[in-house]
Design a binder for this molecule. Structure first.
Ligand SMILES: C[S@@+](CC[C@H](N)C(=O)[O-])C[C@H]1O[C@@H](n2cnc3c(N)ncnc32)[C@H](O)[C@@H]1O
Length: 309
């Protein structure tokens, strides 16, 4: 990564940017609040997700979903990840606005990938405009609990078929989607061998200087029990040049401020100015970027620092 794309503005005052307008709970009764998922859309077995692919064109991805009765992973239930969350849509708009974040042969890991939508979007923006390119365009690995594997893999294949069906001109996207993998990875546990291999660590442990380029975490902050293992895993897979992209839904300040405070001990955090990207109707959804303190990614964030007010 050479630096940050033009036009990307970040704000380091995460507290006032995210947490000072009336909380969603305070608005209940006056403004319709959202849980972070559109239940009408979530009930659909196939969720249409429009993706803007440049020059005024959009394509609609068909994403299979499996809304269960229980948000926990029990029986055959796939849990919360089996539907597309609002944060994933906003993340897609962010990547569309700043595709450089994932372009250029990067390795990207999607933590808590659910349906696979964010990994799919990362692969699409990684591949757009790379039709004539040779060599690796990059690599995306989706990770979650193993029962989501079939759903995720199916959605990746459908996306690839959709782009293949467009005819010539989308070879880069088709290639990148063809390279998306799924690995079972539960935060706090050991890194799966395949993930170690992708990051370049081999069997013997961390090889200095090799890490993922980009970590995506979309709507992974809904359960505070998961914060400690999430932070632990983030620390393991984040190197000095790794950019962490959180797509974040504000639900309960008391819980979420704690997460940001905790990660702030290790990471510099910048909030993307979503006026550039737009986030209607998904208000209270933000993109937070983080780089490990003292690392190059944190330095790039700092260079683009823009204070509000
Ligand atoms: C709210 S869903 C978001 C899914 C997807 N990223 C999106 O934005 O549509 C959160 C995801 O995190 C996964 N998850 C929760 N706790 C986890 C853990 N400890 N380790 C790995 N994944 C976890 C869930 O299985 C679920 O797929």
């Amino acid at each position: 990564m050479e630096g940050f794309p033009d036009g990307l503005q970040v704000n380091f005052d995460w507290r006032s940017y995210i947490f000072t307008s009336p909380s969603p709970r305070a608005l209940v009764g006056s403004v319709k609040t959202r849980l972070g998922v559109d239940f009408k859309e979530a009930e659909k077995e196939v969720r249409p997700v429009p993706v803007r692919i440049g020059q005024g064109n959009s394509i609609v991805l068909s994403v299979n979903q499996q809304l269960g009765n229980d948000y926990n992973v029990k029986g055959d239930e796939l849990g919360v990840g089996a539907v597309v969350w609002d944060a994933a849509i906003v993340l897609g708009w962010f990547l569309e606005a700043f595709p450089e974040i994932v372009k250029g042969g990067k390795t990207v890991i999607d933590l808590g990938s659910g349906t696979g939508i964010c990994g799919i979007l990362a692969a699409i923006f990684m591949g757009i405009g790379e039709e004539g390119s040779k060599g690796s365009l990059g690599k995306v690995v989706c990770t979650d609990h193993g029962r989501l594997e079939a759903l995720c893999r199916g959605n990746v294949s459908t996306a690839q078929e959709t782009f293949s069906g467009l005819g010539g001109g989308w070879e880069g996207v088709v290639r990148c989607l063809g390279e998306v993998e799924f690995c079972h990875f539960w935060w706090g546990g050991g890194l799966p061998d395949r993930v170690r291999e992708l990051v370049g660590w081999g069997e013997g442990g961390k090889e200095k200087g090799k890490f993922f380029d980009v970590i995506i975490a979309s709507d992974d902050l809904y359960d505070d029990d998961a914060f400690p293992p999430l932070l632990e895993s983030l620390k393991v897979i984040t190197g000095p040049r790794t950019l962490v992209v959180f797509a974040y839904k504000r639900r309960m300040n008391s819980r979420e401020v704690g997460f940001f405070e905790k990660i702030e001990e290790h990471f510099d955090i910048g909030i993307v100015d979503l006026d550039v990207v737009g986030c209607e109707p998904y208000t209270e959804t933000y993109i937070a970027l983080a780089g490990i303190k003292g690392g190059e990614a944190a330095g790039w964030l700092r260079e683009k620092k823009i204070w509000r007010g």
